[in-house]
Design a protein around this ligand. Structure first.
Ligand SMILES: [Fe+2]
Ligand SMILES: [Fe+2]
Length: 453
């Protein structure tokens, strides 16, 4: 057996064990059997190899120095392991000869926990046959910076594609939805590498080019939500495309109406609502009509359908929106609420918009998806500004998987109200520094998006 196949097999055996300890008690047979299979296999390997080392580097997993490729049969295993090691800031794990079932189960049990719990147990309990190396602070910072750069490139490329697509439809030029496929897959990859990197960019809310930014932001939020509920890559690509195209029908609505600052008349409101119907026609106009387009048509038509049966366009009593339409319904509302618009000059603070979604589950939004969405964005979504008890203002950079009310923030305004390029704090690890309240960035003269660019 080659090193490569051995590595793939070890990961394939580790995955069910980690999944099992997530669901069952560690004394359960499912756990014990998966651990047994794992130990039996590696005991065999130890007759030819002296140690089994997994290294994580830039979202790749190396086994005894060989990079394991993300293939169809190993995609789920590797993604899971990669994400887990990333969350725990682990650089490498080495299994040594002599490891037994119990040591492995105990270790698997903490490997699925959050960073704080993992560290606590790893130090307390001895693992004589397992070595773990953690990322050094500078390695972690490098990795985040690289992911951030890649996410930015993808975001702006996607924005360009979105813009082209809509402008072509506006001017009646032929559009090929397939041409946007590559960029949608780049978005999918970006989300699966580091969901916060690209989610942070949805804080870019360009007032003048609202429709383009909004369309893309909805696509990205939908992808992040889709990934959380476990959709595969192909489904994610369809969901992303549908998210981007959800408001495409607006190209048929007069621009004066879309940009109107005063309250809309009843008549104007009825016209605006037609964008759901027009969306179907616009997508039908595109070339390369295939399954993606069919899914997108349903989303364009149903994205203002509420969970309780209300909404527009009118529907038959027993007609239900598709899963994708229910996802887009939430992401669309969230992005619209958090964006300044002509008729909404002061947008909702992100945490408040989330509260609106939470309190309207069952009525407007699918309750299960609302919960996952809130979990995904945390109590204080990336890009929120928080006033701290030190008098400083912290910008939420990422969520803490373990403590969703204590995110990782960067100090951007000091206690003298001066804008600074301050340090990054993990509020989950701080004992003295506390959040006082979320605050509007505009009050402090800062633009959250600028810090992610
Ligand atoms: Fe809409
Ligand atoms: Fe929308």
């Amino acid at each position: 057996m080659t090193i490569y196949t051995a590595g793939k097999t070890v990961v394939a055996l580790l995955y069910p064990l980690l999944k099992a300890v997530q669901v069952y008690d560690i004394k359960n047979d499912v756990v014990i059997n998966s651990a047994k299979k794992f130990v039996e296999f590696i005991e065999d390997l130890f007759s030819t190899i002296s140690s089994l080392e997994f290294v994580r580097y830039r979202d790749y997993i190396f086994f005894n120095k060989q990079r394991l490729k993300y293939e169809i049969d190993s995609y789920a295993n590797l993604t899971f392991l990669n994400n887990q090691l990333k969350n725990l800031r682990i650089k490498s794990i080495t299994f040594l000869p002599g490891i037994n079932q119990q040591e492995l189960i105990d270790f698997a049990d903490i490997l699925i926990k959050d960073k704080v719990t993992f560290l606590k147990h790893f130090v307390l309990k001895r693992y004589p046959h397992i070595n773990v190396q953690f990322l050094k602070a500078h390695e972690e910072a490098d990795e985040l910076a690289e992911n951030g750069e890649a996410a930015k490139k993808t975001y702006f490329k996607a924005l360009k594609v979105t813009k082209n697509l809509m402008q072509n439809l506006w001017t009646g030029r032929p559009v090929d939805v397939k041409s946007s496929r590559r960029i949608v897959y780049s978005l999918v990859d970006s989300i699966s590498r580091d969901e916060f990197g690209i989610l942070a960019l949805t804080t870019i809310k360009n007032f003048d080019e609202y429709t383009f930014n909004h369309s893309l932001n909805v696509g990205i939020l939908a992808l992040a939500l889709g990934q959380r509920i476990g959709l595969d890559r192909k489904s994610l690509a369809r969901l992303g495309t549908s998210g981007i195209l959800h408001d495409i029908g607006k190209v048929e609505i007069p621009k004066e109406l879309i940009n109107k600052t005063q309250k809309l008349t009843d008549q104007e409101w009825e016209t605006l609502k037609l964008h759901s119907n027009f969306g179907v026609r616009e997508i039908l106009k595109t070339r390369g009509l295939d399954e993606i387009s069919m899914v997108a048509i349903a989303v364009a038509y149903q994205h203002h359908w509420n969970f309780d049966g209300t909404g527009y366009p009118l529907r038959e009593k027993d007609e239900e929106p598709t899963l994708f339409a229910r996802i887009v319904r939430i992401c669309d509302s969230y992005d619209a609420m958090t964006t300044a618009r002509a008729y909404q000059p002061v947008p909702y603070l992100p945490h408040f918009a989330l509260r609106v979604i939470w309190s309207n589950q069952n009525r407007l939004f699918d309750p299960v998806l609302s919960k996952v969405f809130t979990q995904l964005l945390g109590i204080y979504p990336v890009g929120s500004c928080l006033e701290l008890n030190t008098g400083e203002i912290g910008l939420v950079m990422r969520q803490n998987p373990s403590t969703i009310d204590l995110p990782i923030v960067k100090i951007i305004v000091d206690k003298n109200k001066k804008k600074v390029d301050g340090k990054t704090l993990d509020l989950g690890m701080e004992t003295v520094i506390k959040i006082v309240r979320p605050t509007y960035p505009q009050i402090h003269g800062v633009n959250p998006a600028a810090y992610f660019l």
